[in-house]
Design a protein around this ligand. Structure first.
Ligand SMILES: C[S@@+](CC[C@H](N)C(=O)[O-])C[C@H]1O[C@@H](n2cnc3c(N)ncnc32)[C@H](O)[C@@H]1O
Length: 252
């Protein structure tokens, strides 16, 4: 899953390379194959997870939505399609991922409602309370200063608006846990590296393992000013969906 798919950040440069795993520069290198890899590695489940994320945002009609770490804009497009009067702003540091995204947006005749721009989750170029809802899918792991990215999400979302965070996690427990772990730890890095030629895919495994357990991450969200409303385990815990709203009692 690319997101499963994604080659993800471990926060340190790849050996013999100056490209930081999980950074925009790393995603530039795999942008052309990113969507294909996502679908193959996640067995198509990634889009189902994104649809659940869209539903959690609660933007039925009008609305101004932020899709942070938008990449090739899959989630931004799903939001625009599910809420026909909504506008979506996608932000990502990878120019090449955005270029792929812009082509897809144009093909779907959504250019008027989906705007993609370069930017970093840690310093968003938007005023406080700009968006009715905000989301980030498979991207928060790549943000070097995660609490700062979360504070930015809380800051730019209007009071009462939803913030939905979709992220991969280490499959734990359950009868199918070992199978899911084998897929994540063995099949995904091997197949990803084979298909993409991008050795960065090896970092997927370590970044998932390095990501905190769901309850711990939810606490980080709370401290960052996001009141967590729900934490949902998806597909044997391979991913989690965190639904929150800005907490006005927490000052950033
Ligand atoms: C696995 S992709 C997810 C893309 C998309 N959200 C999706 O659902 O397919 C992770 C994205 O995080 C982006 N990213 C890396 N560092 C970032 C940062 N500091 N701020 C925002 N996005 C970042 C990468 O460029 C990449 O496009």
């Amino acid at each position: 899953m690319t997101n499963l798919s994604s080659a993800e950040s471990t926060g340190s440069p790849a050996p013999g390379s100056m490209v930081v795993p999980g950074s925009g520069a790393m995603f530039d290198a795999i942008a052309q194959r990113y969507d294909l890899l996502n679908r193959l590695l996640s067995l198509g489940i990634d889009q189902r997870w994104r649809r659940r994320t869209v539903a959690a945002l609660g933007v039925a009609g009008q609305g101004n939505v932020l899709d942070l770490a938008t990449g090739t804009a899959d989630l931004a497009i799903l939001i625009a399609r599910s809420a026909p009067s909504a506008t979506v702003t996608g932000v990502d540091p990878s120019a090449r991922m955005l270029a792929v995204g812009r082509e897809k947006v144009a093909r779907q005749a959504l250019t008027g409602r989906v705007t993609l721009e370069e930017g970093d989750a840690q310093e968003l170029p938007f005023a406080d309370a700009t968006f009715d809802a905000a989301t980030i899918a498979f991207g928060i792991r790549n943000v070097p200063d995660r609490p700062r990215g979360l504070r930015e999400l809380a800051r730019v979302t209007k009071p009462g608006g939803r913030v939905a965070i979709l992220e991969l996690s280490e499959p734990r427990g359950g009868l199918l846990g070992p199978l899911a772990r084998f897929h994540v730890h063995t099949v995904v890095p091997w197949l990803g590296s084979l298909l993409s030629g991008a050795k960065q895919y090896r970092y997927l495994q370590s970044s998932i393992a390095a990501f905190p357990p769901a309850d711990e991450f939810a606490k980080t969200m709370q401290v960052a000013g996001l009141r967590v409303l729900e934490v949902r385990s998806l597909t044997f815990g391979v991913a989690h969906l965190y639904v929150a709203t800005p907490d006005p009692s927490v000052r950033s």
